[in-house]
Design a protein around this ligand. Structure first.
Ligand SMILES: Nc1nc2c(c(=O)[nH]1)N[C@H]1C(S)=C(S)[C@@H](COP(=O)(O)O)O[C@H]1N2
Ligand SMILES: [Mo]
Length: 404
């Protein structure tokens, strides 16, 4: 089955102009401006998953259609899937072991899944898992990489052991600067670097950083890291190592393609607060916390409504844990903004539902957009902050509705 993304629908609607917001006026009239890179995507079901938008098969990269994000908790069978390497083993828990050690730990040890579940206090929290490259396919100019639309993200309840409890048992040394992770997956070609990641020791010791073995009350799905994965609430999902088999405390920064080259942004261009000092270079820094963002989840580009009847706009908003302050909706292309109503607060790392209702009186096109802001005073940008790998896209996205 081939379905159209919002953009291709829009382009059809605009006669292939490729101008998001064309035909609209106001500050957002030229926001986005994607140039036709996401023409269509195939809906395809991986084992155990509902149909997802296939971006690549080997390695498997599948995003959630926006409609799946209309629920604040993303069900496991609708959750996006992102892997860098194609050799993804099926884990046999009887032989799976998690080793905790490294030169910054004096008492290395190994755990079975049962030990991980029973020897450490379980903690449960809700957090957004979002690829730093979410929305890369909307970058203009176009950039290489998986051409994600809006669905390289999900929000789930994660249950696991605190990473800091594991590190304490391993005798973490004060000198440890980073904690490094490796998963059971590997490259198909020898030349491809293995996917290894690290986080600063201070973030690893945060009480919310987990080694999770449950997602929404179930064992993790295979595609989302069974039997255990790292959860770094507030930080982009690149650090959320799946099928984790090794945790190492390091006295020196990790040297790895996936730290030194990938998942880096130009320094000073983005309003990030968390710094990853041991991995910073003169000009670039690793991505850290998730930027404040929102998504309209119940409307489609070009959707038709009747003048005089109410339109309910629903969506999600989220940030890196600073705390959402407000979501505003504009129905005039960004000239004016009104506050939306928040749904339940599921914790500072969770996405939060919101809604806004209005009744269009006149016929014609209505540009609806949402904008979230957080407690640090950060908000979404109107213009793309371009970077060569297309990370951190939190551009306000107008959707154009037809009122007839
Ligand atoms: N073992 C392993 N873990 C991984 C990755 C990977 O390629 N291998 N990709 C990371 C990236 S970049 C993302 S965005 C998330 C995606 O999580 P999901 O597939 O559960 O949605 O997994 C992270 N953990
Ligand atoms: Mo990612």
């Amino acid at each position: 089955m081939v379905i159209r993304t919002r953009r291709s629908l829009l382009q059809t609607a605009l006669g292939g102009l490729g101008l998001l917001g064309a035909g609209l006026s106001g500050p957002l009239a030229r926001a986005g401006l994607p140039a036709g890179t996401l023409a269509s995507a195939v809906l395809d079901a991986l084992a155990g998953k509902r149909p997802l938008l296939k971006r690549s098969y080997r390695p498997p990269n599948y995003e959630s259609p926006v409609s799946y994000l209309n629920e604040v908790i993303t069900p496991n069978d609708r959750f996006f899937v992102r892997w860098h390497l194609a050799d993804i083993p099926t884990i046999d828990v009887a032989s799976w072991r998690l080793s905790i050690g490294g030169d910054g730990a004096s008492r290395p040890f190994e755990l079975t899944l049962a030990q991980l579940q029973h020897e450490f206090e379980p903690v449960e929290l809700t957090a957004v898992c979002q690829c730093a490259g979410n929305r890369r396919g909307l970058s203009d100019p176009h950039v290489p990489g998986v051409q994600w639309g809006n669905g390289a993200m999900g929000n789930a309840r994660w249950k696991g052991a605190r990473l800091k409890d594991l590190l304490a048992r391993a005798g973490l040394a004060k000198e440890a600067v980073e904690i490094a992770f490796n998963g059971a997956d590997g490259p198909v070609l020898e030349a491809t670097p293995d996917f290894t990641k690290s986080i600063p020791a201070w973030k690893a010791l945060d009480e919310n950083t987990l080694v999770a073995y449950e997602m929404n009350g179930e064992p993790l799905p295979h595609w989302n890291g069974y039997p255990a994965r790292i959860i770094v609430p507030g930080w982009t999902a690149t650090y959320w190592m799946k099928q984790v088999v090794s945790i190492r405390a390091l006295a020196q920064p990790l040297s790895s393609f996936w730290m030194n080259t990938a998942y880096r942004i130009p320094k000073g261009k983005f309003p990030v607060v968390d710094r990853f000092l041991s991995q910073e270079s003169e000009t670039t820094t690793p991505v850290t916390e998730i930027l404040v963002n929102s998504l309209i989840t119940n409307l489609e580009e070009g959707q038709r409504f009747r003048a005089g009847s109410a339109i309910v706009v629903q969506g999600l908003a989220w940030d890196g844990g600073a705390g959402l302050r407000r979501v505003e909706v504009s129905i005039d292309g960004g000239r004016s903004w009104q506050s939306a109503q928040f749904g339940a607060d599921l914790g500072r790392y969770s996405a939060r539902a919101w809604q806004y209702a209005f009744t269009p009186r006149a016929r014609g096109r209505v540009a609806v957009a949402a904008r979230a802001s957080n407690a640090q005073g950060a908000t979404q940008t109107e213009q793309l902050i371009f970077n060569p790998a297309g990370y951190y896209n939190n551009v306000i996205q107008p959707i154009s509705l037809e009122v007839t």
